[in-house]
Design a binder for this molecule. Structure first.
Ligand code: ZN
Ligand code: ZN
Length: 216
């Protein structure tokens, strides 16, 4: 049961193809797990196509208020249900994430980053960074703020922070306004895909010193 979804802004940017590769990966992987966002994306794709046609027909230019008008139009539309072929889900990692990793969780080459937390950086374009995070059950990630956008998609287990609880398929979207300390739920180790477009802001000195080496 997924309760934390992608924002309209992110779905629209994904549909328009204007996100960095790492963000595309997080959006596409959430969509692979989430029927609701897949249906919303289909609406954005349909509207995006209609806007493009209109632009070509009438040299229609996006003006102030166009975003709000587009959103209103989408909200008024019946949900488009595009039958997407779904492969039987056997492992922890859905596509396109499994393809980036070259297999499921056991293929990941983890690197210790302290306190039992492990990471593996995925190869994407430099505009943003994608990493797999492994947080042992009950363990906390150091308390941090954000210099940009951070999306964290849970693939196994769950974590909680000051704002909510996030389980498999949930995506947390954090920005400059949020300081948080994610803690993995007891019982099952937590595996996430985390993408960022700017370094995190750590309060404690140790993670701050290690940051450049860990590309966090
Ligand atoms: Zn969703
Ligand atoms: Zn964060």
């Amino acid at each position: 049961m997924i309760t934390h979804h992608l924002s309209d802004k992110l779905l629209m940017a994904y549909s328009a193809g204007s996100l960095p590769e790492a963000f595309n990966l997080a959006v596409a992987t959430h969509i692979a797990l989430c029927d609701e966002c897949r249906a919303r994306l289909a609406s954005f794709d349909a509207v995006g196509g209609a806007i493009l046609e209109q632009a070509q027909d009438e040299a229609f230019a996006l003006q102030d208020g166009a975003l709000a008008a587009t959103l209103a139009r989408i909200k008024a539309m019946p949900p488009v249900t595009k039958p997407t072929p779904r492969h039987a889900q056997t492992g922890v990692l859905p596509e396109p994430l499994a393809g980036y990793i070259g297999g499921d969780v056991e293929t990941i080459r983890w690197r210790n980053i302290g306190g039992g937390v492990r990471q593996a950086i995925l190869p994407t374009s430099k505009a943003a960074t994608a990493r797999m995070l492994y947080i042992p059950a009950g363990v906390a990630v150091p308390d941090h703020g954000h210099n940009g956008l951070e999306m964290t998609l849970v693939l196994q287990g769950a974590f909680a922070d000051e704002t909510a609880r996030f389980g498999r398929g949930d995506i947390e979207i954090a920005d400059e306004d949020l300081d948080h300390q994610p803690i993995a739920e007891p019982g099952e180790d937590c595996i996430c895909l985390a993408v960022t477009d700017a370094p995190l802001k750590f309060r404690a000195i140790l993670p701050r010193l290690a940051q450049p080496f860990l590309r966090i």
